[in-house]
Design a protein around this ligand. Structure first.
Ligand SMILES: [Zn+2]
Length: 372
């Protein structure tokens, strides 16, 4: 069948679904839930999928609020990813209510038009703002057999391309030996001194890296009382690079060598652990980007390209993009908006944003048609 005809049909279906999609987005917006606790949102989205004949499998990769819904078994397997967690006190200040509604609209429209020609997946990915369920889901192979994965994030501009940082959240704990600071018989071993040396040592170490890195951190435990030699000191860092490969093979080993060297020099012991999941950098698939841009243009939208070396933030979609060709563009829901602010939360519930989500759903479904 003619591609442009299929695309026109997904446009018509999304328009017909508009009341349902807007209701979905607003229900999530009015019932914000934190990462891992998105019970109402997950139930709402699963029910919508089931009503349209998707099989639904809940409780994925240790997340009660994760789900995989699927319609069809043949042809290319196209996944539309939903996020639906909110932020403490701010509600949907990252607009994930719109992400869920866009992906649902695209999945439903795509499968209705393609029928037996393709398989549509609508995959619920909780806790993007906290523990990043997609990291575990990717590690468990949830995305491995797919042809492509699509997800759109709301923003203040229709951005396409760019990447995100690979990140390694590292806790570093030095153990010394506590003692009274005025004791004559026991001088103790000062773990805080070791930690401060380590903290300072990171600056010259950073200069040795040939790729862009971020070594940022805070001291989270520095001792118990001023008159006690600190027996334990801990700092938490977010260590980032442009690629998970450079991060894990060059940066992290160097950081750990520095910690080990200081432990040796100060007669302390040191342990390191990652206190949150490891995020990989986002790889936007070039073919998907090409199709998506064409479809946005056809819908009357202007697309702004990020340069290939543009990087901001970190996202667990990065881990998905290492399993399957992925696209993660942005759609504008208002001018001069900063995510994670009260203004963004307001915008995500605005009438305008509910119209924008229809554009996003159409562009995603049309891009999926191109993949056929
Ligand atoms: Zn977000």
């Amino acid at each position: 069948m003619d591609k442009s005809l299929l695309k026109q049909r997904v446009i018509n279906i999304v328009d017909k679904m508009a009341p349902e999609l807007i209701e979905t987005s607003l229900f999530l917006h009015q019932n914000p839930e934190l990462g891992g606790h998105e019970y109402k949102a997950a139930a709402y989205l699963q029910a919508a999928a089931a009503r349209r004949g998707f099989s639904v499998q809940a409780n994925i990769s240790g997340y009660e609020t994760a789900f995989i819904s699927q319609k069809g078994t043949a042809g290319p397997k196209i996944a539309f990813l939903a996020e639906y967690d909110a932020l403490p006190e701010l509600g949907h200040a990252c607009g994930h209510n719109l992400i869920a509604a866009m992906s649902w609209g695209a999945a439903a429209a795509f499968t209705e038009v393609t029928g037996e020609m393709a398989t549509a997946y609508f995959i619920g990915c909780p806790a993007e703002e906290t523990t990043g369920a997609k990291v575990s889901m990717a590690a468990d192979g949830v995305f491995d057999h797919l042809t492509a994965a699509l997800i759109i994030h709301p923003d203040d501009t229709n951005y396409l391309g760019g990447s995100s940082y690979a990140s390694h959240p590292l806790a570093v704990t030095f153990q010394g030996c506590p003692a009274h600071v005025a004791s004559r018989s026991d001088k103790g071993v000062n773990a805080l001194d070791a930690l401060v040396m380590f903290y300072q040592g990171l600056k010259p170490l950073k200069q040795t890296f040939t790729e862009e890195t971020i070594l940022a951190g805070i001291i989270t435990k520095g001792g118990v009382a001023p008159n006690i030699v600190p027996g334990e000191a801990e700092a938490k860092f977010t260590i980032r690079a442009l690629s998970a490969h450079y991060l894990e093979n060059t940066v992290l080993p160097a950081v750990k060598r520095l910690a080990d060297g200081i432990a040796l020099a100060t007669n302390t012991t040191v342990t390191t652990r990652h206190y949150e999941p490891l995020y990989k950098e986002l790889l936007n698939d070039a073919t998907l980007m090409h199709y998506f841009a064409e479809n946005m243009t056809a819908l009357g939208e202007k697309v702004v390209y990020h340069s290939t070396d543009y990087t901001s933030g970190s996202t667990d979609v990065g881990n998905v993009s290492h399993c399957v060709p992925t696209i993660h563009p942005d759609i504008s829901i208002g001018l001069s908006l900063e995510a994670h602010t009260p203004q963004f939360a307001l915008a995500a519930g605005s009438e305008y944003a509910q119209q924008r989500l229809l554009i996003g759903a159409k562009a995603m479904a049309m891009t999926a048609i191109d993949l056929l």
